[in-house]
Design a protein around this ligand. Sequence first.
Ligand code: 6CS
Ligand code: FE
Length: 273
Amino acid sequence: MLLSDEQVKAYHDDGCLLLPCLFSPPELDVLKAAAAEEMRLDSERRVLEKAGNVVRSVYGCHAVHDVFRRLACHPRIVEPAMQLLGGEIYVHQFKLNAKAAFGGDVWQWHQDFIFWLHEDGVPAPALVNSVVFFDEVTEFNGPLFLIAGSHQEGVLGPRALEGQPEGYQDAPAWISNLTADLKYTVPREVVAAMVRKHRLLSAKGGGGSLLFFHPNLLHGSTPNISPFDRSLAIITYNRVDNPPPPREDRRPWFLSARDTAAIAPVADGALLP
Ligand code: 6CS
Ligand code: FE
């Protein structure tokens, strides 16, 4: 599936592009069943919310679960992602975000590339986040807030949290890259200035919608106090000519992929039996 010239331009202007309802209800049933399996598994790939009893995220699912391998290689995602990045791509990071009903916690205002630059050594923001909505996303269940156009500002001066975030005392150091109290956040006065200068929006859409957003786009989301889950997958593709160099203190494979081979898209019907 290819984007029109207008869609490609809109992505580069706004730093985001929403494609409504790209995946069908039967495909969503397969994805949600697989997500439930992954979220039940207690492993270092799974991060719980601060309260300790609700799943926040699961990482690396594409490398261990065949449904998510097929999703990460799906032509309806990979072909437009290659178009936006101008070349072959691989998965730098795959995550399921649960944002559970009544329990999904905040994602503070931040940019993503600062994590991949400082924590993984990815040289340039030649990546794209590809978000597949498993549930309908409304104004009630914690939609992603985006500041369209803010990616043009490059890497904004982050506020760096020192030490372990509350509720994760015994966790590895990288946990502060993934929790409600994030290691790198953007100060309120910078967020306010970006909202005045650019355009604040919330990424709402039906289940099966696909949202692309730029690694320097300022974004965040509120806690989910509604009775509706807001689960989704975020697949971060990197261009194959932009891999992080080897380094001693590399984060685990499920946060920073080691396999940088170009993706070969699967068949369009790959998600259905
Ligand atoms: O550290 C990371 O790789 C992750 N952290 C955040 C806040 N967003 C990007 C990425 O998923
Ligand atoms: Fe993020």
